[in-house]
Design a protein around this ligand. Sequence first.
Ligand code: CA
Ligand code: CA
Ligand code: CA
Length: 145
Amino acid sequence: MLVRLLVILSTVTYAVWPASLLGQNTESGAWTWFTDVDWDKNQQLSYAEIDSECIQRFNRLDDNKDKQLSLAEVSSFLEYYNRPDKRQLQAIIQQRFTLIDNDKNQQISREECLHFNRQLLANCDSNHDGLLTRPEWQTCLTSAD
Ligand SMILES: [Ca+2]
Ligand SMILES: [Ca+2]
Ligand SMILES: [Ca+2]
């Protein structure tokens, strides 16, 4: 059960955030996410790094600058997406958006983003040192199968 939850969690993060999703399968998307978030390129993610990921994401996607991400804002890239799996992608994004939107007000707040990322790190940080290494991320992804 926990393992299944981890799969959902680890895939949610980058599926909702379009940049790393396009043209990539699940596992390479997860690694793109890891590399992007690893700001100082020391092959591990700290809480500071995953926090700043939320802030950057908001700066990038929050079109109306209300400090909330609506479903329309996170899926605006679909306007230019013409592949046959568009409807399926739309459904996945909707589902994952709902999962991150803790209070179900149809908006993702910065706090919800931070909470989600921290929960993901905590779940995958198997030696509990506050850092997510590449082997830990790998284990987290593969233990899902
Ligand atoms: Ca907004
Ligand atoms: Ca919300
Ligand atoms: Ca660790």
